[in-house]
Design a protein around this ligand. Sequence first.
Ligand SMILES: [Fe+2]
Length: 207
Amino acid sequence: MGFNVLDLKFAKDAIPPISSKTMEIHHDRLYAGYVNKRNEIEELLKTADRSKAVASYSSYRALKVDETFNADGQILHELYFSTLSPTPKQPSEDLEFVKKAKEDFGSWDSFIEDVVACAMAARGWAITAYDFRDKKLHNFLADAHNHGGVWETWPVWTVDVYEHAYFLDFGSDRKSYIIEIIKYADWDEINKRFLKAKSIEKILETK
Ligand SMILES: [Fe+2]
């Protein structure tokens, strides 16, 4: 059984900074393409010749490299789309995620400033993740879907800064895109992801 392409939870024109054309290309073609390619690669891996696997070039290596590219492309886009809300609102002070971001970054403004800086510095993604080791939120930078991931952290929010996410609507003005897209963050959904991380943490600490 392969992976399914998940539907958007809003209409394609429901996030005003992003045009329906961008949303259509981004969700229906690019994101769906990663899911479909992941399924295709997993099928090909079932019969790939493992005996000829070498690091210089081998068909097995090519499949394994692009397996992570498409798997992470799928996962990061599902997080990106699912943490957008058509109804912009300020994050509630009561959300555990908000409290934790303030604790770990000194203030909410400092946290957002770090997300923006990370997104400006990245060629692919800014990813807010909870690290089970130091029990803190971090903003990680990924230059490609499968580059920059930190193992044993739990991503709670992503900002897609590949040009395909904004170029039709913002041209090269990436900063305006980042500022605008953050206004449409679904803080309740991001908080749910954070609470999930805390639940997993409890399981990890069970001896
Ligand atoms: Fe994207």
